[in-house]
Design a protein around this ligand. Structure first.
Ligand SMILES: [Zn+2]
Ligand SMILES: [Zn+2]
Length: 394
């Protein structure tokens, strides 16, 4: 019975293709940035209620809906993120964003459509036992949304026994699904550095302290942390994304401000990076007579898959025609689902949405970003099937 159930899964998901596409396009045309997902929240609630699934707002702009099986049993959490990005869409699609300067350029519109239809399918196919908690999480793009949902109680009463999230990924072909054991995405630290010198005339450097010259040395010296302090087999990235300072060609300014990010997978490496950079900021400017200050922000842990849950998804993927499980290297991008996976064993999978030539696809966070909608039934089937298999075998 279990096998026939699984066999019909992809067909059932394909039968929902029109609903998936129309939901996804609705979200795409009405994007809202992190923390402002109010219309999105109302639409998600209304859609679930229309299908007879009780939904409640969670936190400011999140939504939670729990499907209960006939018998008690374990609880599986399925999560979709909800927010769009401050990008002006240029993709030549008829369902282009109706909100100037805001775009679903990461695919979170597809995640919501897939989780909504997954909830509908789980209800229609019937849950023999256990429960599925569907979480629609706001503010993934640096807004602290996962933490807000945890603070609002999404991991309590009962504590979920497993968690699954998916992310569409345009660099993988449609049909490919990355199911990785261990780290999938990196821990993310942002940092802001201020170097304060002493401003003066550009012609008389000896009467001031030049923070631009010191910042230039700091940017170069900081790469030595990755090259010489971190072991070669440990992945680490240190990137400066912004330097601000000065106002004219002949003025040595008072201050330079630098923004950047650290990426790592292992807590020890993360601490090493943070400590080494703080050390450098304290000492390199000081050696030149300036002062350095560093502050860290937007921090979240690495997203680490539990191999047991990844195996459930991989077995399922092998049974779905047209789906190929792949094992790429982990990504140095970040994902705040890592905060949930730090408390609940689970997995984040990457569902290819790049069509047949992913090399030509625009990357995520690009104004031309587009999704091959053929991936929608596959992603939905993976959500539904993983929950069904996990609940049936636990
Ligand atoms: Zn993103
Ligand atoms: Zn994203």
């Amino acid at each position: 019975m279990y096998t026939t159930h699984t066999k019909s899964l992809l067909n059932d998901a394909r039968a929902e293709r029109d609903a998936l596409i129309s939901l996804r396009r609705h979200f795409h045309m009405h994007p809202e940035i992190s923390g402002q997902e109010r219309e999105t929240q109302a639409f998600v609630c209304a859609t679930l209620e229309a299908w007879g699934i009780a939904a409640s707002p969670l936190g400011e702009t999140g939504v939670v809906a729990t499907l209960k099986g006939a018998e008690p049993g374990p609880c599986m959490l399925l999560r979709a993120d909800m927010d769009a990005l401050p990008i002006d869409e240029t993709a030549p699609v008829p369902f282009r964003s109706r909100v100037p300067g805001v775009m679903h350029a990461c695919g979170h519109d597809t995640h919501m459509a897939m989780l909504l239809v997954a909830a509908k399918m789980l209800r229609e196919r019937g849950l023999p036992r256990g429960s599925v908690r569907c979480l629609f999480q706001p503010a993934e793009e640096g807004g602290g949304g996962a933490q807000m949902m945890i603070d609002a109680g999404v991991l309590r009463a009962p504590v979920p026994d497993a968690a699954l999230a998916l992310h569409v990924w345009s660099l993988f072909a449609t049909g490919e699904v990355a199911i990785i054991d261990g780290p999938v995405m990196a821990a993310v630290d942002g940092f802001e550095i201020e170097i304060t010198g002493r401003g003066t005339h550009g012609a008389t450097p000896e009467s001031g302290i030049d923070p631009i010259a010191i910042a230039a040395q700091l940017v170069t010296a900081a790469q030595q942390i990755v090259a010489r302090r971190i072991a070669p087999h440990d992945a680490a990235v240190l990137t400066f994304g912004r330097i601000q300072g000065g106002s004219a060609f002949n003025i040595i300014p008072e201050q330079v401000r630098l923004l950047g990010t650290l990426r790592s997978f292992v807590p020890e490496v993360r601490a090493q990076l943070r400590d080494a950079l703080a050390d450098l900021v304290a000492h390199l400017p000081a050696a030149m007579g300036a002062t350095g200050r560093i502050a860290y922000f937007t921090e979240h842990a690495a997203t680490v898959n539990d191999p047991r849950i990844a195996a459930v998804v991989r077995d399922l993927a092998a049974s779905l025609p047209g789906v190929t499980a792949i094992q790429p290297r982990p990504l140095m991008a970040g994902e705040d689902f890592g905060l949930i996976l730090a408390q609940v064993p689970g997995a984040m999978i990457l569902v290819g949405c790049g069509g047949s030539t992913p090399a030509d696809a625009a990357p995520h966070h690009h104004p031309d970003f587009a999704v091959d909608e053929d991936c929608l039934p596959m992603g939905t089937a993976l959500l539904v099937g993983t929950a069904e298999r996990f609940l049936a075998t636990r």
